[in-house]
Write a protein that binds this ligand. Structure first.
Ligand SMILES: Cc1cc2nc3c(=O)[nH]c(=O)nc-3n(C[C@H](O)[C@H](O)[C@H](O)COP(=O)(O)OP(=O)(O)OC[C@H]3O[C@@H](n4cnc5c(N)ncnc54)[C@H](O)[C@@H]3O)c2cc1C
Length: 400
């Protein structure tokens, strides 16, 4: 079988794979993306309860700046479907501790924007299709892969064989490319699922994210562009999630209102619901030879408040920037030094976020009264101490 040569192959054309390709486009190198799924539909969307995408992300200002630099943010914004939020309320359902952040405290217009994942994906696909040196092979699954000294050899479900100078694994949490590369991971299940749905609220969401920490896990209400629509991410134990998915819609709405205990807007209607398992998984190393991991393939985390994608976009920005700089200097852009600079910058952030999620799960999952007092004191002192609150807020908006 004749081998086809590309400079960079990216396995997975999800948000992170596409953003990485666009960050690398200025090199002029030939970059080919491969995705197992067919090209997603570009059908325009409506605004009724069931027409909003149930999978949303809270894009931080840092992620938005990156999408602006790639030239894709205007087409996301022009859709008028992004919910920019100015406030964030976080409280402990079992006690009195609470934190309230506002964009004004940081002298910025918004703390972030809730965007449907499909919208971000579409904008990235359109931009990728217009770049002369980028190509996407839809419906093409990675089948085999060998890491060799001078590049990566791989075959796909289309029956073609390729050799790439370097390959990026962006094929999500169950990454086949990571498995074929024989890269080790540390993985732990929470024994929980996240329930995602769109809800209609009354009187309105006030452009705020509302987040309750319940003993069973966090519940986030994320404001969409229409002021009576929110997306929910509710993490619950496996057995409970089955019960909530089967529950009658009115019963589910009552459950949500009990969980919110009158501290957020009132939920009046819910869309169809969807669940996904919460698995925390981190690759021990991010690269092997000329093969590098980004996004969920490197680290899947608890999507607390829809933050999942921001870490992946930061991976794309840093890896793209390091390769581009090496390329422009005339240095070897596929060298282990370039990849270890990327790994050094990203691993700390990714592990830090994962440890925070684990601490939340441990701290808020406990019924120990001493721990309840500690976490209430903790949340209240974050709210009372300007420097602590500012630090917390800067983490939430993705600033250093
Ligand atoms: C059902 C579900 C709901 C979610 N909801 C939320 C949410 O509400 N909020 C939130 O923050 N996060 C959510 N997440 C997590 C979030 O979607 C991920 O953090 C984010 O999508 C990671 O982006 P990625 O590009 O790294 O991976 P993905 O989006 O997983 O993209 C990987 C791509 O690789 C392709 N691929 C896989 N295997 C192969 C192969 N062998 N060959 C070629 N291509 C392959 C896939 O088709 C896919 O397009 C959800 C995840 C799931 C599964």
């Amino acid at each position: 079988m004749a081998e086809r040569r590309v400079d960079i192959a990216i396995i997975g054309a999800g948000v992170v794979g596409l953003a990485t390709a666009l960050a690398l486009a200025p090199t002029g190198l030939r970059i080919a993306l491969f995705d197992a799924q067919p090209k997603p539909s570009t059908r325009p969307k409506g605004r009724t309860l069931n027409e909003w995408d149930r999978r949303v992300t809270a894009l931080t200002p840092e992620s938005i700046r990156f999408l602006q630099s790639l030239g894709v943010w205007p087409s996301i914004e022009d859709n008028g479907r992004g919910g920019a939020y100015t406030d964030m309320f976080v409280w402990d359902s079992e006690g009195t501790g609470q934190v309230h952040f506002t964009a004004a405290d940081l002298n910025i217009d918004s703390l972030g924007t809730i965007v449907e994942s499909s919208l971000t994906l579409q904008a990235l696909i359109s931009a990728t299709e217009t770049a002369a040196n980028l190509s996407i092979n839809w419906g093409t699954r990675l089948e085999s892969m060998d890491i060799e000294a001078d590049g990566i050899r791989f075959t796909t479900s289309s029956g073609d064989a390729f050799i790439a100078d370097m390959t990026i694994g962006a094929d999500g949490g169950r990454s086949k490319s990571r498995e074929l590369a024989g890269m080790r991971t540390r993985e732990w299940r929470y024994g929980q699922n996240a329930i995602v749905a769109t809800v209609r609220v009354e009187p309105h969401h006030s452009r705020a994210c509302w987040q309750a920490f319940l003993p069973s896990g966090p519940l986030a209400l994320l404001p969409l562009a229409d002021d009576d629509m929110c997306s929910i991410v509710w993490s619950v134990d496996d057995a409970l999630s089955e019960q909530w998915i089967q529950a009658d819609p009115n019963e589910f709405v009552d459950g949500l209102n009990r969980a919110l205990s009158g501290r957020g807007p009132r939920v009046v209607e819910v869309s169809e619901r969807q669940t996904f398992p919460l698995i925390q998984c981190h690759a021990v190393d991010y690269s092997k030879g000329r093969f590098v991991l980004v996004g969920d393939a490197a680290h899947s985390i608890h999507p607390l408040a829809g933050q999942g994608i921001n870490l992946g976009l930061s991976d794309a920005r840093i890896l793209g920037g390091e390769i581009l700089r090496a390329y422009q200097r005339g240095a070897d852009w596929r060298s282990p030094q370039v990849f270890s600079r990327y790994e050094r910058q990203r691993k700390g952030d990714n592990l830090g976020m994962m440890a925070t999620m684990q601490a939340f799960k441990w701290g808020f999952g406990s019924k120990n009264p001493a721990l309840t007092i500690m976490r209430n004191l903790g949340l209240s002192s974050v709210d009372a101490l300007p420097f602590a609150k500012r630090w917390f807020m800067r983490q939430a908006v993705g600033a250093k």
